[in-house]
Design a protein around this ligand. Sequence first.
Ligand code: HAM
Length: 416
Amino acid sequence: MLTKIPRGTKDITPDEIYKWHYLEETARKVCEDFSFSEVRFPTFEYTELFARGVGDTTDVVQKEMYTFLDKDERSITLRPEGTASTARLFLQNSLYAGTLPSKLYYLIPCFRYEKPQAGRLREFHQFGAEIFGAPGPLAEVEIITLIDSFLKRVGITDIALNINSLGCKTCRAEYQKALFSFFSERKDKLCPLCNERLAKNPMRIIDCKNPDCKEQIKGMPKMLDFLCGECKEHFESVKEYLTGLSIPYTVDPSIVRGLDYYTRTVFEFVTNEIGAQGTVCGGGRYDNLTREIGDMEYAGIGFAMGLERLLLLLSAKGVKIPEPENVKLFLIPLGTRAQKLSANLLLEMRNMGISAEMDLLSRSVKAQMKFDHPILSNTDLLKIKDMKTGEAHEISISEFTSGFRKILEEKTCQIV
Ligand code: HAM
């Protein structure tokens, strides 16, 4: 059957596209208000970018990437996320030479080979933003207030924000040592992959989805107890700003995030209204990423929000997305002469920016009258009726196009 879509992917049909346009337009408007610029980058990158950037001990890199060799035998990967590509774009295009910080956003499809379920797809869409070159806590404020404003504008006012700090290289090393000795004692109960993680990156064990491993994380050491003075001060400052801005949050020491690049602040916006995949948005600081992939040091912070999960949440909450206006005008020509005239009229109206339509299948007038559109039937003298007020106007075709816009403004018209 060639009409079957691949597992974990979705079509967006004409009757639901308005929801996507609405979210995308709102995202663009909020980003504009916050002075972020849109960036676009390739759907695929060299695999090393994600292996180095996202981290080769993560589930994303180890299990979920769509990776293949191109005809030149180069390993290529469909992007599983947007941060590594945005960091590459920032470095490759020397955006650091301009005014810093560099504030960028994107609306992109991403690809992860995961087990599909509600809110978890193999192709999904992210709205994300990143700031490069801003090491202080005000950058956290910028990112979190951007998300907060966007969510409020689309009608989400009560989603939980959980935050944590993962420290810097120095204090994280101490934490990893503590985790290593904690999990070494429980080695036999961990899955084979976590046994590998134990040697390479014990923090990844915290993220394992295996129920036996989940059981073993109980009572583990917490990163917050290992923060160095500077990381602690940074985290305190972020919390103070959020409190000052009346943005409620909960400190959740179990947030480690599934990607290796994070340093210091990490956060998630979560809901229990859409089932198991309740993390609608996640992000954090990644001050070592540009050094990791390009040997240049620029602080980074950002977020990404899954648009499919956001749509699920809007629907669960009964938030109504504004539907677009129907076609403004439908022409019904009577006879061949009128049909030709209508073709000209139709084009003229469309070129004036008036949404107009005509039946392409030459159906009977009766059938056409049943269409759910404002109607125009075409004789030399047109009668235009405002369907709201009942007010009628008579107008010749020659006057029609020039005078039409005025009459149509803000009105739904039927013309007979
Ligand atoms: P992430 O947590 O892996 O972070 O993904 C961000 C969001 O993308 C998730 O919260 C979720 O809404 C959505 N998402 C992820 N995987 C799927 C899936 N399989 N199906 C549907 N939705 C999904 C990142 O991707 C980071 N790049 C975020 C970031 C930006 N951190 C700093 N800057």
